[in-house]
Design a protein around this ligand. Structure first.
Ligand code: URA
Length: 423
């Protein structure tokens, strides 16, 4: 095969053969196809798409580039969840221990954040002592004893995707539905989970800005999972405004712990409970009441043991940012919009996120909201608090927030639906 022929085929809207796809993924992983050739092919795929058979083969080739995990020796059903990423999305933190309460093993392989959506591992690393990197043996042991583990995906899982995702990130080709679907699903299928619930975000703070493309992405991923024998369902959920009242690292852990203590913001509780119900159903558990397990402390018990098992102290005081600034409401009225992308970028600029893979994040940085869309506010009232250790970042965070807040006349109601659909 020849890389240039393959690029030309996709450029001219042709279909790649299974053999061409297998060769492409393998040759790129081995360094035979150069980055500039792979970027050209990615751009052709972004512009011209791939059909279902091509996407399915592309996914299989990425799975074949690395190891496959196997949890069958645990003798329990396994359930995983993946969110396509959003602002203030800390749902994995309360959800993993909550699902484990009902005897389902939760191997939650997670990542660090790049750009404005936060990463689950960055959040948990705000907990003193907590360790993200576990060996496969440690992970299996913890699944046996605690039932839930949130840890870094090992380098052995779909190495082709690791290389390809990094390339897409710097070449403007992340937002291609075939590439996103195959990237996510290759890792989830290689991980060996029995069932998977996808939380596909829609809105300003998500990859998919409109419902039609989110639906297409969700449908593609559900088909890939189902074809690979993984019971897969997807929810489409709103990401026009941040989830909950916090976007950052330590402040998101604090909010997750509130939910585990039976409190917390309504939207975070609603999505946590709904995703738990979906996950338990997909794993074949009937008659569970996850809302009750948040109220009565069972989920908190699993959380405490899960954090301790990875070296963390669940009772330790979390880091607090050294500096804060309040953003005030500019007018009286109903808060109609508090834009997720802008809030995420502000949190990122304050130090909660990173611009490059190797950069550190500030544990205490982020944005705390004091009102959500639908609330009645008065001019001069605090709307948000910006948090950082490095106060020279406040100006750029305020710039990111320009135009993010819309206040309308009393009586107007914003669309506050959280769950937009199920596939
Ligand atoms: N997350 C992934 O793992 N891959 C993508 O392509 C996009 C989001």
């Amino acid at each position: 095969f020849d890389a240039v022929d393959i690029i030309r085929t996709k450029r001219d809207k042709g279909t790649l053969s299974p053999e061409q796809i297998d060769w492409t993924i393998d040759a790129y992983t081995r360094g035979v196809i150069a980055d500039e050739q792979m970027s050209a092919l990615n751009m052709a795929i972004l512009l011209n798409g791939m059909d279902r058979a091509e996407i399915s083969r592309w996914t299989a080739a990425m799975i074949a580039s690395g190891e496959r995990m196997d949890f069958s020796s645990l003798g329990k059903p396994t359930a995983d969840k993946h969110s396509t990423g959003g602002v203030g999305d800390k749902i994995t933190l309360p959800l993993a221990p909550l699902v484990a309460v009902f005897g389902v093993a939760v191997p939650q392989l997670s990542g660090r954040g790049l750009g404005h959506p936060g990463g689950t591992l960055d959040k948990l690393e705000a907990i003193p002592g907590w360790r993200a990197v576990l060996s496969n043996e440690e992970m299996m042991r913890q699944l046996g004893t605690v039932g839930a583990v949130i840890c870094a995906a090992g380098a052995g899982l779909a190495p082709a995707d690791r290389k390809l995702y990094a390339l897409r990130d710097v070449t403007g080709t992340v937002e291609a539905i075939p590439l996103i679907a195959s990237s996510i699903m290759s890792k989830k299928i290689a991980e060996g989970t029995g069932s998977l619930v996808l939380d596909v975000k829609v809105g300003s703070g998500a990859y998919m800005k409109d419902e039609a493309s989110a639906r297409e992405l969700a449908g593609t991923m559900v088909a890939l999972g189902t074809d690979a024998g993984v019971k897969t369902v997807a929810l489409l959920t709103n990401m026009d405004t941040p989830l909950g009242l916090t976007a950052g690292n330590a402040i998101e852990v604090e909010e997750a712990v509130e939910v585990l203590a039976g409190g917390g913001p309504d939207d975070v509780v609603e999505l946590t409970v709904r995703l738990a119900e979906e996950r338990l159903q997909a794993a074949g558990v009937a008659g569970a009441d996850p809302a009750a397990a948040l109220k009565d402390g069972r989920a908190m018990d699993v959380w405490n043991r899960m954090i301790e098992a990875q070296g963390g102290d669940p009772r330790a005081k979390l880091p607090v940012a050294r500096h804060s600034e309040v953003v005030h409401a500019p007018a009286d009225g109903v808060l109609l919009r508090l834009d997720a992308l802008a809030a995420g970028q502000a949190a990122w600029r304050l130090g909660a996120g990173r611009a490059r893979k190797e950069h550190p994040v500030q544990a205490g940085a982020g944005v705390r909201l004091h009102a959500k869309p639908g609330a009645v506010v008065r001019a001069g009232e605090p709307l948000m608090t910006l948090l950082t250790d490095t106060p020279d970042r406040f100006d750029r965070a305020r710039e990111a927030l320009a135009g993010a807040v819309v206040i309308g006349p009393e009586g107007d109601r914003p669309d506050q639906r959280l769950i937009l659909g199920r596939i």
